[in-house]
Each structure stands twice: as structure tokens, then as C-alpha cells.
Design a protein around this ligand. Structure first.
Ligand code: DGY
Length: 322
């Protein structure tokens, strides 16, 4: 019997794919950093039994309706807003993602971005490298304290909870906003539920970790930025489209808020000419929330396991529960 065929849309570390290699023929796009062109993805989907996709691949009705053998799509991310779940269901395709394995690394990055934004770490480093350091000054590159401040977490899933733990180590007061209350986190971590408007007005740091859905699209808009303290920092480690970027630009350039730290953008890769990337009080990162070597390898391995299980008619380890 011929083995099923699985296409992987980036060049991944082969050692993480062992569970899949045992049960399928695999082929990969040739580059680690350049995306697989749409045309190639369509050609591959038309013959594949499984796809291992990136968050930058659009897995939509047009792709899935021309993929007669496709049984499983495993997305190398916890987020899956790039996948049309309705279309996948209609075509009987299992969609998998990578929760849990990336929780701690993404929380680390979120807290690092918060710290970097508050204490102007990237700005200060660039300042030295640009040859500006001629003397020490009492308020030279002075930023904002993080300890004992109020953190507002929007999206209290496992990454939000892991972020709250880090914040508690800095003696922060932690508010959270979420679709549902989290009694366990409230009891164990001493975090407090707040309505969205209340969280905006009370927090010194607001971290967006909510998934992108029709309800959360551009939830951080002009009205939201106007409610924040003018000393507040906005940090986004979720998806760029949760933010109205024009409104954010206006907020950080007119002093409505103090600054921002962005790991994600509406359009990625973001252009170096994008207005938000030109500001000293906006720290920008190229969507590296979960990007530690260990975690990325664990994510690859989990995708490989999920595809192998589905191709053997078994239950996937981490299917999307939509
Ligand atoms: C995810 O997994 O959805 C993250 O955005 C990747 O860093």
C-alpha cells in the first residue's frame, strides 16, 4: 500500500518530523523564511493527504475545495485565524494547532516586550550603537517602573495566566478581561476580573492576548486608546488585526498613551516604512511570540504527531475545538 503524502509549507527541522516520516511520504517547501507561494500551495493541496501549514498560509475554501484527498491540516501556531474552519468542517478535514507547548515561551516574550517597552531597552541599545553616548545623565533614557504597577490582560487563556504568574513575581496588581470568568486564576493568583472599559482606565500596561475573531477585530480602537492612562503602554502579542493601527499611531504620537510594544501587525511582514516602526516609543518584533528553538521544535513535533495520528484514523492530540 502506498503511504499517504504530506506537504509542509516551510523547511522544518527534519528530526522533529520522525513520527510523520514513519507513516507518510513528506515533501517541504525549500525555504525556512520565505513563504511557499500560493500557486505551489494549491498544487500541493490538490494531491496531499495532509498539510503542515504556517500562520501566514491562507487555508480557505478555494484551497480546500480543490484538495480531494486532504484529511488533516496542522497549523504551526496556537492561533488558527488563517484557517477557514467552516470550510474544513464541510470538507471533513481535521484542523490541529499547537496549544500548551508554547504557553510559557509566549508568556516570556510578552513580559520581555512589556519590560523592554517600559525601560526603553531597544531604544537605549540603538542609541549607543548610533554613537550617541557621550556622558551619563540622571534622567538619561529613563523609562517607567514595572514593579507594583497594574497590568491589564485582555484574553485570559493559558498564556494570559502564565503572564499573570510572571507579573505577580514583580508585585504587580493584575486585572484581566475575558469572555468567561476564571475563578481558579482569581483564587490561585489573586487576579481580578474587570470589564473592558474598567481595565482600560485602570491599567498601566495592557497586554492583548486574545484570539482574533470577528468580535475582537480592532477592539483596540480610537475609543479604547482614549480611555487608557496617558502613561500607559499597550503590548500586543496576539494578532495585529485586533488593533486599529491608525488609531494606535495617533495615540502614541499625540501622547494619549506612553508607548507600545508590538510583536504582531495587521499585515506581516510589516514594511520598515510602516509609520509604527519609525517611532522611538514603539518597540517592534517580527511575530516571535513562541520563537525559542526548544518551543518551535516542540511545535513542529506536535504537528507531525497530529498529522500521523489522523492519517492512521486516530484522534489527533490537539485538534482545534471550535
Ligand atoms: C501562535 O502560535 O499563534 C503565535 O502567534 C506564534 O508566535
Amino acid at each position: 500500500m502506498t503511504k499517504p503524502y504530506v506537504y509542509i509549507t516551510r523547511k522544518l527541522d527534519e528530526t522533529t518530523l520522525t513520527p510523520l516520516k514513519e507513516v507518510a511520504h513528506i515533501d517541504m517547501w525549500t525555504s525556512e523564511d520565505e513563504p511557499c507561494p500560493r500557486e505551489e500551495l494549491e498544487k500541493q493541496a490538490a494531491q496531499a493527504d495532509g498539510l503542515l501549514t504556517m500562520l501566514s498560509d491562507q487555508v480557505d475554501e478555494a484551497l480546500l475545495s480543490n484538495a480531494p484527498n486532504l484529511k488533516v491540516v496542522a497549523n504551526l501556531a496556537v492561533g488558527y485565524d488563517n484557517i477557514d474552519l467552516k470550510a474544513a468542517k464541510k470538507h471533513g478535514i481535521t484542523v490541529c494547532h499547537t496549544p500548551d507547548v508554547l504557553t510559557e515561551s509566549t508568556a516570556d516574550l510578552a513580559f520581555a516586550l512589556l519590560m523592554a517597552s517600559a525601560r526603553r531597552i531597544v531604544e537605549a541599545s540603538d542609541w549607543i550603537k548610533d554613537g550617541n553616548w557621550t556622558g551619563w545623565g540622571p534622567l538619561l533614557l529613563a523609562g517607567a517602573d514595572v514593579h507594583h504597577k497594574t497590568l491589564g490582560i485582555v484574553g485570559m487563556g493559558s498564556i494570559g495566566t502564565a503572564l499573570a504568574k510572571r507579573a505577580k513575581g514583580f508585585d504587580m496588581n493584575v486585572l484581566y478581561h475575558n469572555r468567561s470568568r476564571k475563578p481558579k486564576a482569581e483564587a490561585q493568583l489573586g487576579v481580578t476580573y474587570a470589564a473592558f472599559d474598567e481595565l482600560l482606565t485602570q491599567s498601566d500596561f495592557i497586554v492583548c492576548l486574545t484570539p482574533l475573531t470577528p468580535e475582537t477585530k480592532e477592539m483596540f480602537n480610537k475609543k479604547a486608546f482614549e480611555q487608557m492612562k496617558n502613561t500607559a503602554y499597550f503590548i500586543n502579542v496576539s494578532r495585529g488585526q485586533t488593533v486599529d493601527e491608525d488609531a494606535l499611531y495617533d495615540a502614541v504620537t499625540t501622547g494619549k498613551i506612553a508607548g507600545a510594544g508590538l510583536d504582531v501587525f495587521s499585515r506581516e511582514p510589516v514594511s520598515p516604512d510602516h509609520p509604527l516602526t519609525t517611532l522611538p516609543n514603539v518597540t517592534v518584533l517580527p511575530h516571535i511570540g513562541s520563537a525559542s528553538v526548544e518551543t518551535r521544535k516542540n511545535m513542529m513535533h506536535l504537528c507531525a504527531e497530529n498529522i500521523a495520528l489522523v492519517l492512521q484514523d486516530q484522534q489527533a492530540k490537539t485538534p482545534v475545538q471550535a
